[in-house]
Design a protein around this ligand. Sequence first.
Ligand code: NAD
Length: 352
Amino acid sequence: MFKLTVLPGDGIGPEVTAEAVKVLQLVAARHDLEFYVEEALMGGCAIDDCGQPLPAQTLELCRQSDAVLLGAIGGPKWDTTDPDKPRPEQGLLGLRKGLELFANIRPVKVYDALIEASTLRAEVVRGIDLLVVRELTGGLYFGASAREGDRAFDTMDYQAFEVERLIKVAFEMALKRRGRVHSVDKANVLESSRLWRETVIKVSVDYADVELIHQLVDNTAMQLIRNPGQFDVIATNNMFGDILSDESSMLSGSLGMLASASLGAQGPGLYEPIHGSAPDIAGQNKANPIATVLSVAMMFQYSFDLPEPALTIERAVDKVLADGHRTADIMSDGMKEVGTIEMGELIRAALD
Ligand code: NAD
C-alpha cells in the first residue's frame, strides 16, 4: 500500500489534481497496486484556514507519505508586498526545504500532435525529448545575501557534496534514456563553477557509459533555441537551472502539458505541473489536467520505480491527443475542444 498526500492548492489546482488522482487510482487498480490518498492544505487556502501557507500538520503528513502530488498555489487574493504578511509561495519553499528536495526534474517533450503550439519552426522542435535536472536547495538562492545602503550582494556558494548528489541523479537518468549529459556551468568565470566541473568529472568516472559534455551556460541558452535536439539530460545549478528550465519548457509552447518532480536522497518526492494556479480560468472547467496527470506518471517512475504504469499513462495521453481532443489552451483548427473533466475521462478511457 502506497501513501500519497495530495495538496490541491489554489485556483485550478483542485480541478487538475481531482482528474489526476482518478487516473492514478484507475492505473493502480489495473496494476494491482493500492494507494491510500489523503488531502491537505498548502498555499493560499492554508493561509485562509490558519494564517500559515504550510501548516505543521501538512508538512508532517507529507513526510510520512511515499509521495506528494501538488496542484498549484497562489492568486491575486494573497498577493502582497508587505514582508510581514504570509505568501503562498513560502509554503512551496518550506516544503522543498522540509523534505530536502535537492533535485528538480523537468522533462520537455514536444508532441507531434501539438507541434504548432511551439513558437519555433516544426523542423527545429520535432521529436524533442529532454530533461532538465536542476539543483534546488543550494547556490545563489541560498547563499549569503545582504543590502548595505546602495550596495547589495548575493552569493553563489556550493559544496562538493551538493554537486555530487545532483550530478549522480543526472547520470542515473541518462543511463535510462539516451545516455548523454550536458553539465552546464560558467567555469571560465566563476569559482563555484570550477568546483562544479571538477566534481562532475570525478563522479563521471563511475558512469563510463554516459557521454559527458561540459557546456557554458550562455552557450546552452543559445543552443536550446538553435538545435534543441542535441540535448538528452541537462544538469545545472539552481540559478542557471531556473532560467534554462523555463526556456526549455517553452520549446513545447504548452504550459498545460509539462510535469515536474523534485527529489531528495530519501523520503517522498514532490510531483507537480509546472504551471501556476491560473486564476483567470479557475472554476470554469477549462484547465488542462494533462501536466498533472503526467506528474503522476513521473511519480510511478521515480518514486516507485514502476515504469509500466508510467508508460500506460503516457500512452493514454498520446492517444487522446492523437484522436484530436484538446483543452482550450492547446486548441487548434479542426480539433475537438473539451473541458478539464472531459479530458480526465478521455484519458481514463484511453488507459486500455
Ligand atoms: P499561470 O501558470 O498560473 O498562468 C499563465 C497562463 O497560462 C494563464 O493564462 C493561464 O490561464 C494559463 N494556464 C496555466 N496553466 C494552465 C492549464 N493547466 N490549462 C490551461 N491554461 C493554463 O501563471 P501566472 O498567471 O503567472 O500565475 C498565477 C498564480 O500562480 C500566481 O499567484 C503565481 O504566483 C502562481 N504560480 C504558482 C506556481 C506553483 O504553484 N508552482 C507556479 C507559477 C505561478
